[in-house]
Design a protein around this ligand. Structure first.
Ligand code: NAP
Length: 489
């Protein structure tokens, strides 16, 4: 069992290189969803004045920051990576206590944050443009990149290290200054990332951090005219508001939102592999990944075999406090999240799906102190049901039977989302059809739907994204503008 330190520190805002108290005395407590008696820390309930101060500091710092060479900016990110690496165990533990994912997952995510910082540190030395032949033989024409200016970063609670880092690292590498508004439910973890950036010695004002509610601080970022770009990850409901607000005043925006991700299991699939990947993709992190498998579409020839194996393994899953060794699945991240999941389970039953595993809140052996829901499987799900259409963001799998792979692909596409999808098959034509026809930004063959590599572009189609991409080389498209240069001697 990991050792938990009782930590009730109040984390301040980080503005212009200093940790300062918000202008209001109000703070909010970050509660451990595995044990509501454990307060992980407190954060400021900041006001618009606090935010405006942070934006002003970022604005002031941006010019000098963008005038540094890419290599100089990259060096700060290398130092931040070292600072984060030295705190993997501690920050991993904070993450587990704050939003519930298991400690190995939390440490793995923090290590990924380190790798992302190093990747974008290297971006400072990579090419930023192309030479394009001019029709004028005496001229040189080329493209270069210019940063947006001040970037507002709004992040969700489910990847409290990786997402802030995969947004802030490229923003900084390409010469922008940043104001981060983290999810309230994971703001203590986010404060610790900012501490690592501070330790790297970034010039004051280049990174700023303001906690507070989405409706005050998030909305303030959308409206502040000194912010040139807003990068948002979260639900599609809020994302739509962010996009509309940014568009209304001509700011650049990027929205990365939810998913309703399918796995298709063909009759020629390796069934054991597909079962394991469905469980891992659907239920790890308590199903609270945007790329989590939610719909499981299986060929009728192998349906019963697949279902039997799946349910047997789901019933073996050990649920509990993610700090304890041997625990495979932690709690929902908050009471609200748990209530949402339970209401979707009720809806599934009401609409005629058959509950074949789980379905309840867990309240025995100390689990009543937290927000635990059993890993849940529904059978006989049809595409018109709510649980087949809406993002649940919890440990719930919906099994759907199809007669052939073509019907499976049509069903997989029959949702408004298009983030990630997988297929399990040994047939190359099935693979090729899936890669070609699946409406999702991330398509994976014989691998779980929830797998993202930091060096590859990531983003969705349809309602899952503003059709932008983040991570890898794609990040430069959002965090810079192309400038076409024509020079004549
Ligand atoms: P959320 O409720 O939309 O919140 C996301 C962020 O927006 C939080 O920082 C939140 O602040 C802030 N916010 C809330 N109201 C706002 C407003 N009116 N204006 C501006 N900002 C506002 O989402 P979540 O529950 O944190 O995260 C889960 C969702 O994120 C799921 O839908 C999941 O699929 C999606 N997600 C997508 C990806 C991807 O890359 N596509 C990755 C991870 C998660 P508060 O916390 O203070 O409310």
């Amino acid at each position: 069992m990991a050792v938990t330190t009782t930590e009730t520190k109040t984390h301040l805002n980080f503005i212009n290189g200093e940790w300062i108290k918000g202008s209001s005395d109000d703070t909010s407590a970050s509660i451990n969803p595995a044990d509501t008696g454990d307060i992980v820390g407190r954060v400021q309930k900041s006001t618009r004045d606090d935010l405006d101060q942070a934006v002003a500091a970022a604005n002031e710092a941006q010019t000098a920051w963008r005038k540094l060479t890419g290599a100089e900016r990259g060096n700060y990110l290398f130092k931040a990576a070292d600072a984060l690496e030295a705190r993997i165990d501690e920050i991993g533990e904070t993450m587990t206590r704050e939003m519930g994912k298991t400690l190995p997952e939390a440490k793995g995510e923090t290590a990924r944050g380190v790798a992302i910082l190093r990747y974008y540190a290297g971006e400072g030395m990579r090419k930023v443009g192309d030479v394009i032949p001019s029709t004028d033989k005496d001229a040189l024409m080329f493209t270069t990149r210019t940063p947006l200016g001040v970037v507002g970063v709004i992040t969700p609670w489910n990847f409290p290290v990786a997402i802030p880092v995969w947004k802030m690292a490229p923003a900084l590498a390409y010469g922008n200054s940043v104001v981060l508004k983290p999810a309230s439910e994971a703001a203590v973890t986010a404060a610790k990332i900012v501490e690592c950036l501070e330790e790297a010695g970034l010039p004051k004002g280049v990174v700023n951090f303001v906690t507070g509610s989405g409706s005050v601080i998030g909305q303030g970022l959308i409206e502040n005219t000194d912010i040139s770009g807003i990068t948002f990850t979260g639900s599609d409901t809020i994302g739509k508001q962010v996009g509309q607000g940014a568009l209304a005043r001509g700011a650049k925006y990027q929205l990365e939102m939810g998913g309703k991700n399918p796995v298709i299991v063909a009759k020629d699939a390796d069934i054991d592999l597909a079962v394991d990947a469905t469980i891992s993709g659907g239920l790890r992190s308590t199903g609270q990944k945007c790329t989590a498998t939610s719909r499981v579409i299986v060929d009728s020839d192998v349906y019963d075999d697949f279902k039997e194996k799946l349910v047997a393994k789901v019933k073996e899953i050990k649920v509990g406090d993610g700090l304890e060794s041997g625990i495979w699945m932690g709690p929902c991240s908050s009471e609200g999240q748990m209530e949402t999941v339970l209401s979707y389970i009720e809806k599934g039953k009401e609409e005629g799906a058959s509950l074949i595993a789980g379905g309840n809140r867990l309240k025995d052996n100390g689990l009543e102190k937290g927000f635990f829901v059993e890993p849940t499987v529904f059978d006989n799900v049809t595409t018109d049901m709510t649980i087949a259409q809406e993002e649940i963001f919890g440990p719930v799998l919906a099994l759907m039977k199809v007669d052939n792979i073509e019907d499976g692909l049509a069903l997989a596409n029959d949702v408004e989302y298009g983030l990630s999808a997988s297929i399990f098959t040994t047939n190359i034509q099935n693979m090729l059809n899936f890669i070609d026809d699946m409406e999702a930004g991330l398509v994976r063959v014989n691998a779980e739907s929830a797998g993202v590599e930091l060096q590859a572009p990531f983003g969705g189609m349809k309602k899952s994204s503003s059709h932008s991409r983040e991570q890898g080389e794609a990040a430069i498209e959002f965090f810079t503008s192309i400038k076409t240069v024509f020079v004549k001697g």
